[in-house]
Design a protein around this ligand. Structure first.
Ligand code: PGA
Length: 248
């Protein structure tokens, strides 16, 4: 699975232009889940552009209530309505800049699952936490609290391990470190749910993924894909990432 997180980039016209250039480059990539997560304002138009293609639509955030007096928020039902199958939840930028916490993230995950949106649930440690040897502990806590009381089995969930220090910095985690953490996450999911189920959960790596390093990550046993920020903004570059197995 290769997912592009556009963050707060691209107008509707820019998004359309991206899609026109990107789709022909990936039309043969039918065995992979390819997901684009544009801004809310582009979802409707881009949903129409992507209809009938092998590229799916995701959102970058969601609120946990279905409707009501929640100025500025967007509900899971609204995301389904506009054609999203996926939603990124708990991205580190939302945790740090927008003050999201494990409790709100847990509510969002539950609401998404109840609406049959597949969450891409992000976890990851800061540089300081890694340097203090707390990376495993921090990620374990994010998983424990985020997944609390969730019935995942019904629809599925994707986990994205994104070390905060690797996001947007150009400094990716080594594939050995990423595999170590993702292997640990899978083992821990086995404890929370059960081992067989944990084997089927897709776990992505995110943080400065580019065409030059994607294949190394994908070769690792437990890494099932990537969540890509900066390198998903250019059609050629993101297509090279999606076609990582054609470039080696
Ligand atoms: P990046 O961002 O690829 O620009 O490091 C990844 C992410 O934030 O999902």
């Amino acid at each position: 699975m290769l997912a592009g997180n556009w963050k707060m980039h691209k107008t509707i016209a820019e998004g359309k232009q991206f899609i026109n250039e990107f789709l022909p480059l990936v039309t043969n990539e039918t065995t992979k889940d390819i997901v684009l997560c544009p801004t809310f304002t582009s979802l409707h138009v881009l949903s129409n552009e992507l209809k009938g293609t092998n590229v799916e639509l995701g959102a970058q955030n969601v609120f946990w209530e279905e409707k009501g007096a929640y100025t500025g928020e967007i509900s899971p039902v609204m995301l389904k309505d506009v054609g999203c199958n996926w939603v990124i939840i708990g991205h580190s930028e939302r945790r740090t800049v927008l003050a999201e916490n494990d409790l709100t993230i847990n509510r969002k995950l539950k609401a998404a699952l109840d609406t049959e949106l597949i969450p891409i649930f992000c976890v990851g440690e800061t540089l300081q936490e890694r340097e203090n040897n707390r990376a495993l502990e921090v990620v374990k806590e994010q998983l424990t609290n985020g997944l609390k009381d969730l019935d995942i089995k019904q629809n599925g969930i994707v986990i994205a391990y994104e070390p905060v220090w690797a996001i947007g910095t150009g400094i990716n985690a080594s594939c050995t470190d990423a595999q170590e953490m993702i292997g640990y996450i899978r083992e821990y999911l086995g404890k929370i749910f059960n081992e067989d189920f944990a084997k089927t959960i897709r776990i992505l790596y995110g943080g400065s993924v580019k065409p030059e390093n994607i294949a190394e990550f994908m070769n690792k046993e437990d890494i099932d894909g990537a969540l890509v920020g900066g390198a998903s903004l250019t059609p050629d570059t993101f297509a090279d990432i999606v076609r990582f197995d054609k470039n080696v």
